[in-house]
Design a protein around this ligand. Structure first.
Ligand code: AAL
Length: 422
């Protein structure tokens, strides 16, 4: 009898508890409902700035438009434009700076075969050029801003991958200064700087290393790439990327992460943040002030690739959105990049690049493209907030199996059949 009573009361408890735990509601509450929640549902309320992508200010699709005004010699690989800076608006027009390579032949792809006129990689023998536009779609190329320097000055082999800072009415271009052929010992190029009174130049090279590689054994000992300046708390924040931990026994093996270096004035000294790397993934650097913090595109490489992240304190980043078809090496138009804002408004467009645009390494070159998005607190464009991109069957088959993979599968099948027949 006692047993029956205990069992009944346990049943009562079960029924009772299932009554106390309502099902998750059909209309998703804006605030986390006061009931036990799975880890995923909790995260949906705590990690992201909205419970649904369409109302997440840091979620967007990306729309691409071909730019007018740039000649690429019919895409034969002799002219390349890549790694654009952020876009700024000055003197009634937009400005963008980028790596420009014009060589007699496409890059040879092997640093040991490169010469004074034959480039190893797409950016080897590059210079910094710039273009202006009044609508962001049609551009007028204005020519060189920072040429390669005379040997042996910093950047005699190539000056590439630049970005712009406006500080107290003057302009500063930070860039990768190659004093050796890219690919000989990796992609080694400290950050250098040229400055001017006007975005149209003339640019004066400072001729000193502004941000150097880390010490032997440190994560950024071999490269400091993609310097990207913003102004925050009265200081210059330069985010950068480094390639590291390449190991012969792992393919593909380079790890790419992003760090931060801070200075009181454009010439430095830039002090690397003690918590570097501050972003655990990505390739090139693309950031913009957002609310009191900073948002970052994290593209291409690493555990958190294809995300947009946010750091309220400009150092500790969290994933805010998972996105597709991100602009590569994006240089957004960031109206509040240098205003030291505590109310960053976000971005809606910029310039990025497509590498190997000819889809033929023998004509290797990159092209600049425009991208549009709704990552702005002032624009609300539902057509930018669709949830997924529909890739065609052809696009899927483009990434089909290799011969070696087919062979492996055939062998596995044969093994199975053999086991059955034995
Ligand atoms: C880019 C950038 C840097 C690298 C090379 C040219 O994607 O990360 O600029 O050095 O590739």
């Amino acid at each position: 009898m006692r047993k029956i009573v205990v069992m009944l009361s346990m049943l009562g408890l079960l029924v009772g508890s299932s009554q106390a735990q309502p099902a998750f509601p059909f209309l998703i509450p804006e605030q986390a409902p006061n009931q036990p929640l799975s880890r995923a549902i909790k995260r949906n309320y705590t990690q992201y700035n909205s419970i649904r992508p369409e109302s997440n200010e840091l979620y967007s699709q990306f729309k691409y438009t071909k730019l007018k005004g740039f000649n690429y010699n019919d895409g034969d690989g002799t002219i390349s434009r890549r790694d654009p800076s952020k876009v700024i608006f000055e003197n009634g027009q937009y400005y963008v700076w980028y790596t420009y390579r014009h060589t007699k032949t496409p890059p040879i792809g092997d640093a040991r075969k490169a010469t004074a006129t034959i480039a190893s990689s797409d950016w080897d023998l590059g210079e910094i050029w710039y273009a202006t536009s009044v609508d962001g779609f049609t551009w007028q190329e204005q020519g060189v801003a920072v040429p390669r320097q005379a040997k042996p000055a910093l950047g005699w082999r190539a000056v590439t991958t630049t970005d712009i800072l406006k500080w107290q009415g003057k302009y500063y271009l930070y860039y990768q200064a190659f004093s050796e052929i890219s690919g000989l010992r990796g992609d080694d190029c400290p950050v250098a700087l040229s400055y001017a009174d006007s975005p149209d130049g003339p640019w004066t090279p400072y001729n000193k290393v502004i941000i150097d590689n880390g010490k032997p054994g440190e994560w950024d000992q071999y490269s400091v790439h993609d310097p990207y300046p913003l102004v925050h708390n009265g200081k210059i924040y330069i985010y950068y990327k480094s390639d590291f931990d390449q190991r012969k026994n792992i393919q593909p093996s380079i790890v790419r992460m992003q760090g931060l270096a801070i200075a009181d004035n454009p010439f430095g000294p830039f002090v690397k943040h003690p918590l570097n790397p501050v972003i655990n993934s990505g390739h090139e650097t693309t950031l913009f002030p957002f609310k009191e913090g900073v948002a970052a595109f994290v593209i291409k490489d690493g555990t958190e690739k294809n995300t947009i992240q946010y750091a309220q304190d400009w150092v500790n980043f969290d994933v805010q959105a998972h996105v597709e078809m991100m602009p590569v090496a994006a240089g957004p138009y960031v109206p509040d990049a240098f205003t030291d804002t505590k109310d960053g408004r976000g971005i809606t467009w910029g310039i990025s690049h497509f590498t190997n645009a000819a889809v033929n390494w023998k004509a290797n070159h990159s092209v600049l493209t425009r991208f549009d998005a709704d990552l702005s607190r002032d624009v609300h464009d539902p057509n930018m907030k669709n949830h997924f991109i529909k890739y065609t069957p052809a696009q899927h088959y483009q990434y089909g199996l290799s011969e070696a993979q087919r062979k492996r599968i055939q062998q596995e099948n044969k093994k199975l059949v053999k086991q059955v027949n034995e």
